[in-house]
Design a protein around this ligand. Structure first.
Ligand code: IPE
Ligand code: IPE
Ligand code: MG
Length: 244
């Protein structure tokens, strides 16, 4: 398999259904979802993934019942605290994109500590999207800009600044959404301009490293064109004619 520098983004959906299918409270699904996060992080390096962006909590998820929101926030904090040591050892650089002003000061501190402790990681750039809205990030980036229409590259930098991101992060190559829905739910709208989309019916708590491997394999079978024509055609007679 090609060892490319892949950027894979995952909408980790289906925790609620997973729990409801078992007659359990939704919070149990969220807790089980943390196990799937560990599995995909572990599997990523051998699949050629160097950037992994996980959608953990959308700006619209504040609409959920307060108790569910509290469970999710506690899970993030526990996850960061529990995983920072392993991330450091494995060369995983952890960062969090999205707004921070609505998170608790304790969670913000934990995020900052995890980011600082793992900043030297070079094996995998693991980005968690928390209180994230792609539309809000795009409008915030637009507000940072003054003057004539910026180039795509210049806007990419503004967008990174608007969401605590790193301007060096490449566009998304493969977007996976688990669960039963097929929509983007305000995730990485700019960054996914040419992403391959893959919808998996596996519910997030059941998602394994093998499922991620199958998704990456399916990605390698896709024919990406970026608006051009397939390589075979580009190398064919038309190009020769044009060159003459
Ligand atoms: C995704 O699972 C986790 C978050 C949105 C935080 P859901 O809780 O949305 O699960 P479903 O969609 O109800 O199954
Ligand atoms: C998207 O899932 C957000 C996350 C997975 C964190 P939702 O479950 O919130 O999305 P909708 O409401 O079904 O679009
Ligand atoms: Mg959902």
């Amino acid at each position: 398999m090609d060892m490319e520098n892949l950027h894979v983004a995952i909408i980790m959906d289906g925790n609620g259904h997973w729990a409801e299918d078992r007659g359990w409270p939704r919070s149990r699904g969220h807790r089980a979802g943390a196990g799937a996060v560990r599995r995909v992080v572990e599997a990523s390096p051998r699949l050629g993934i160097t950037t992994l962006t996980l959608y953990a909590f959308s700006a619209d998820n504040w609409r959920r019942p307060a108790a569910e929101v509290a469970t999710l926030m506690a899970l993030f904090r526990n996850f960061l605290r529990a995983e920072v040591g392993a991330c450091r050892r494995e060369g995983v650089r952890l960062s969090v994109i999205g707004r921070r002003d609505r998170l608790s000061p304790a969670l913000v501190r934990t995020i900052e500590q995890a980011e600082a402790a793992t900043a030297a990681g070079r094996v995998l750039n693991l980005r968690l999207a928390v209180d994230y809205s792609s539309r809000d990030a795009i409008t915030a980036a637009a507000a940072l800009h003054q003057g004539a229409v910026p180039s795509r590259e210049a806007f990419r930098t503004l967008l990174a600044h608007a969401q605590h991101g790193d301007p060096g992060t490449p566009d998304v190559d493969l977007l996976v959404r688990t669960g039963r829905e097929q929509r983007l739910s305000d995730f990485l709208l700019w960054e996914c301009a040419y992403a391959e989309l893959l919808f998996s019916s596996v519910l997030w708590p059941d998602f394994t490293g093998e499922d991620l491997g199958a998704a990456v394999e399916a990605f390698h079978r896709r024919n990406r064109r970026f608006g051009s024509v397939p390589e075979a055609c580009a190398a064919g007679p038309e190009r020769e004619t044009a060159a003459r």
